[in-house]
Design a protein around this ligand. Structure first.
Ligand SMILES: [Fe+2]
Ligand SMILES: [Fe+2]
Length: 335
């Protein structure tokens, strides 16, 4: 079960507020029987609990909000955003959802965000404007040449970390970010699987090394494992168990019903699902996919249009320990 929003926690100081007037003045006079005991005195001695000096409670609330790390961090991970339909879903749903659920940080997989494959600068900006803080990638990251420029310049755009450590590979596969409005740091790692996929460096060794480095700064770490095989994604979850806040799978575009928190405090879901049109095959028009699967002849993919859904995982975590406290599978259906 998810915890109450932080706005409720802001009122906790009200319950513990005390009049800070000197003790002799706070006590009602013992021998003045003529004085109305219910009448508020000038120094606030008889104010009811919630009407005590407001400066004290506001100061306490400010101190808690500003200087004490947030008791709970809410992180939303959005599964592969597919083309314009997916982007429209994010723009229409995320701002209000983020405000209403008091979400602190939003990560979205953007490998399909531009016309179904790849990412461009304007498309990334569109998603950032909707409330996404970081975009992760996958096997389609390099589809548009535009990405080569923005991935070097914008730390909010990640590509899988386990490409070879070669100067020809631009961008970064992990990064540390400051959670907006807080002093909390969060690490995000993007990895690519190797089972039934093009070969890349080992996601297990690469992932462990990055996580050990990030943990020197923060225990709050989210891993996007972009992979085909559920076995590989689950194996990586156990490999990083207790070291990260969440290991969330992407790429298959089908949300799995296995969200959980391990005993060591790592949230996990084998695949967050897709954000886009479900009236097709992984976001593509079903007639085109049927045509190519039956005839074995290549066809040009066009995006499906119907049954729009935004899918992802909402994780609540303790920023002091990085442990996940609650998970909620999100599947918002348009209309
Ligand atoms: Fe993919
Ligand atoms: Fe994808």
């Amino acid at each position: 079960m998810l915890c109450p929003p932080r706005s409720i926690l802001r009122f906790v100081p009200l319950l513990f507020s005390r009049d800070i007037s000197p003790e002799p003045e706070r006590r009602a006079p013992q021998n003045q029987s003529t004085q109305n005991p219910k009448k508020p005195s000038a120094n606030g001695a008889h104010f009811p609990l919630l009407a005590r000096p407001i400066t004290v409670t506001l100061t306490a609330a400010f101190v808690i909000e500003r200087f004490i790390p947030a008791a709970i961090m809410r992180i939303l991970f959005i599964g592969d955003v597919v083309g314009r339909p997916g982007r429209k879903l994010v723009a229409g749903f995320l701002p209000e959802f983020r405000r209403r659920r008091e979400i602190d940080f939003v990560i979205a997989n953007g490998e399909n965000a531009a016309s179904g494959k790849g990412l461009t600068g304007p498309v990334a900006e569109e998603l950032f404007a909707a409330g996404v803080d970081v975009l992760t990638g996958g096997n389609h990251t390099w589809k548009n040449k535009d990405i080569y420029k923005i991935i070097n310049e914008d730390p909010r755009v990640l590509r899988p970390a386990n490409y070879p450590p070669d100067p020809a590979v631009p961008g970064r596969g992990s990064e540390l970010y400051r959670v907006p409005g807080t002093d909390t740091m969060i690490g995000v790692v993007n990895l690519l699987g190797r089972v039934f996929m093009a070969p890349v460096d080992c996601p297990f060794r690469t992932g462990k090394a990055i996580v050990e480095r990030l943990r020197k700064t923060t225990p709050l770490i989210i891993v996007d494992i972009h992979a085909e095989a559920t076995s590989e994604k689950l194996a990586l979850t156990w490999h990083l168990d207790g070291l990260v806040t969440a290991v969330i799978g992407t790429h298959t575009h089908v949300p799995t019903a296995d969200e959980r928190i391990t005993a060591a405090g790592t949230a996990a879901q084998t695949d967050a699902g897709m954000t886009g049109p479900y009236d097709g095959v992984l976001g593509v028009r079903k007639d085109l996919i049927l045509q190519t699967m039956i005839s074995l002849m290549p066809v040009r993919h066009e995006l499906a249009e119907g049954d729009l859904r935004l899918c992802g995982l909402l994780v609540e975590a303790d920023p002091a320990t990085g442990r996940a406290l609650a998970v909620e599978r999100i599947c918002h259906r348009e209309g």
